[in-house]
Design a protein around this ligand. Structure first.
Ligand SMILES: NC(=O)c1ccc[n+]([C@@H]2O[C@H](COP(=O)([O-])OP(=O)(O)OC[C@H]3O[C@@H](n4cnc5c(N)ncnc54)[C@H](O)[C@@H]3O)[C@@H](O)[C@H]2O)c1
Ligand SMILES: [Zn+2]
Length: 367
């Protein structure tokens, strides 16, 4: 057991541990000894055969009684119509307030399970067993749960901390290269906004991480989650703005995802474009020294992210960003970089700033 890395997410009475490493799920029973009952309901991505077997075997070995709810994972799961029948399964299975809902899958399974757990009987415990890199480095920790509304992603949701999170890195072996790159994009974000040493580590070890080399991978996941846990500890309910730094690369990234109907880019790939754009904008706003922008942008440009689509007309794209309901008088705010490891939130970004940043990103010069 000592081979696993452990970290504590401190949120008062909602504090919980996270265990990271290849094969961690086999030990799950030992980390659940304080649960009042051993009745498990598992919301599982139906694609995941081996992880499902491993989780069920480990829980049964520790005396858990199991009911399984197998679903098609993906964004369409995060919808009222998709999750309503899942409450039915809990009701019919007589889940009570001591029953535990397990989420076995990527971020969509975690977001949906967390939401159901926080609303069923006004809240039952849940355990996250994330199986994508993105979910292991980001979405599984922080307690944000949610489903989508026609008008936007994650518009309906709650805060509900899990009781335990297991990041079994062996589960990641079946991910495709783009899924891995997507998680890597979020990892780089942590380095850029909080930790220059970690950024250099990621840069130096990018091949090992993209090839899922176990020791480097667990270390990198642990580092990301340490940063996420630190921010969550300071601002569990996302009220003070501290968590805003985590949106680095997301303003442009989200706009790109939505303009391409969530089909062209994996989330983390869009975030990589978003970070490149934010770096260019940081330079336009004269807050980031050129050599740093160039070093980071060169590294990001070497990752195999799909190119920006040719059918997006960027002047219109920027107009729609600055005319968005969140924009004030045609100005928006952005998380930018002042230095490696130092993010700042800057307001008053204009259409012209966005245009200049785009020119710098694409042509290598503003003019
Ligand atoms: N709650 C938060 O704080 C937070 C943070 C970031 C993202 N999110 C949410 O996370 C979601 C994206 O997460 P995601 O990319 O993990 O989504 P996902 O659950 O859709 O998984 C992506 C794909 O990978 C497959 N998959 C899962 N595990 C696999 C494995 N081990 N091997 C092979 N394939 C596997 C899934 O079947 C799916 O096709 C979004 O809905 C986003 O809003 C939430
Ligand atoms: Zn993200």
């Amino acid at each position: 057991m000592s081979n696993f890395k452990k970290l504590l997410v401190e949120c008062g009475s909602n504090s919980h541990s996270v265990h990271i490493g290849a094969g961690a799920v086999a030990h799950i029973g030992k980390w659940l000894l304080d649960q009042p009952s051993k009745r498990a309901f598992i919301l599982v991505d139906q694609k995941l055969r081996a992880p499902r077997e491993m989780l069920i075997t480990a829980l049964q070995r520790s005396g858990w009684e199991i009911s399984e709810i197998s679903v098609h994972a993906g964004e369409q799961l995060k919808d009222f119509h998709s999750i309503y029948p899942l409450y039915d399964r809990l009701v019919r299975g007589k889940a009570d307030r001591d029953s535990v809902l397990f989420a076995l899958g990527g971020g969509t399974i975690g977001d949906a399970a967390g939401f159901i757990a926080s609303t069923y009987l006004r809240g039952i415990p849940w355990v996250g067993v994330p199986t994508t890199l993105l979910a292991q480095v980001d979405s599984s920790v922080g307690g944000k749960t949610g489903i989508n509304h026609l008008k936007g992603k994650n518009l309906i949701g709650t805060f509900h901390q899990p009781s335990l999170v297991i990041c079994d890195t062996a589960f990641l072996n079946t991910l495709g290269p783009r899924d891995i790159l997507s998680g890597f994009g979020e990892m780089i974000k942590y380095g850029l906004i909080f930790d220059p040493k970690f950024f250099q580590f990621l840069k130096k070890n990018s091949d090992q991480i993209l090839n899922l080399e176990p020791a480097v991978l667990s270390l990198a996941i642990q580092k990301c989650l340490q940063w996420k846990a630190k921010i969550v500890r300071k601002d569990a309910l996302d009220r003070t703005g501290i968590r805003e730094a985590l949106n680095f690369g997301h303003t442009f990234g989200h706009a790109l995802e939505s303009k391409t109907q969530y089909r062209r880019f994996q989330h983390g790939e869009a975030v990589i474009w978003g970070m490149r754009f934010a770096l260019a904008l940081s330079h336009v706003k004269k807050i980031l020294p050129s050599p740093i922008r160039e070093e980071v942008d060169f590294f990001l440009s070497q990752l195999h992210v799909p190119p920006l689509p040719e059918n997006i007309i960027f002047p219109e794209f920027f107009k729609s960003m600055t005319q968005d309901k969140k924009a004030r008088e045609g100005k928006i705010h952005f998380v930018l970089l002042k230095n490696l490891g130092q993010a700042v939130s800057l307001s008053g970004i204009t259409y012209k700033d966005l245009q200049s940043a785009y020119k710098l990103l694409i042509l290598g010069s503003q003019f």
